[in-house]
Write a protein that binds this ligand. Structure first.
Ligand SMILES: [Zn+2]
Ligand SMILES: [Zn+2]
Length: 215
């Protein structure tokens, strides 16, 4: 298994510099391998990582786990959290790991002479033991692995825009096969289209009687 130092060098060259969140990513990825009993960085696709933010943290995770978006072993859900769930796809065992609530405080203790708060995190995160640095929760996925991973070679076309949809990401509605943008989740508009003001789904699900009084 590569050392933290070797992985940080790799991550830093990938990321153009070294920063504290890459340290968290590298150490968290190594810990996940240990907890699930899997060799990391992996060369196969057994480990699936679902990460809850983009940014520096991911580059550390990628070098430590071998999980990548391109190999479909890394999913990004942008919740803005430095957290990730690691799933052994052979056993369905999953652990979610976050930095512990006092990890920032601990960095000061473990790197008391750091020249700045940033350097304190950079060094402290390398020194704090795993059980103090991280909080580990065993979890069960709400979406099945079969739905997340889908199947090779599956594709359909959207009945509205005609574009191809892979990995069973289509929506079936009133006999139509729709891509998610055409089903109402579009994040862009074309030059000749007016700005849309989508109504949040939660309002649409409310009974009309309950929305009769406008404040
Ligand atoms: Zn960075
Ligand atoms: Zn479409």
């Amino acid at each position: 298994m590569p050392t933290v130092k070797e992985l940080l060098q790799k991550s830093a060259s990938f990321h153009n510099h070294l920063c504290p969140r890459q340290v968290l990513g590298v150490r968290m990825g190594l810990l996940a391998g240990q907890l699930l009993g899997l060799t990391v960085p992996q060369s196969d696709k057994r480990l699936l990582t679902i990460v809850e933010t983009d940014g520096c943290f991911i580059d550390g995770l990628v070098v430590a786990t071998g999980c990548t978006v391109g190999r479909r072993t890394l999913r990004v859900l942008d919740f803005g959290k430095v957290a990730a769930t690691f799933i052994d796809t052979h056993t369905d065992r999953a652990v979610r790991i976050t930095p512990s609530a006092n990890s920032r405080q601990l960095a000061k203790t473990y790197a008391p002479n750091a020249e700045s708060r940033w350097h304190g995190y950079l060094l402290g995160y390398q020194r704090i033991p795993d059980d103090e640095l991280f909080t580990v929760q065993p979890v069960t996925l709400e979406v099945s692995l079969a739905e997340i991973l889908s199947k090779d070679g599956y594709r359909v076309n959207c009945d509205i825009c005609g574009e191809e949809i892979i990995n069973e990401r289509e929506v079936r509605r009133e006999g139509l096969t729709l891509c998610r943008p055409c089903a109402g989740e579009r994040y862009y508009r074309l030059p000749d289209e007016p700005a849309a003001h989508p109504i949040p789904a939660i309002w649409l699900e409310t009974e009309p009687d309950n929305v009769s009084t406008c404040q």
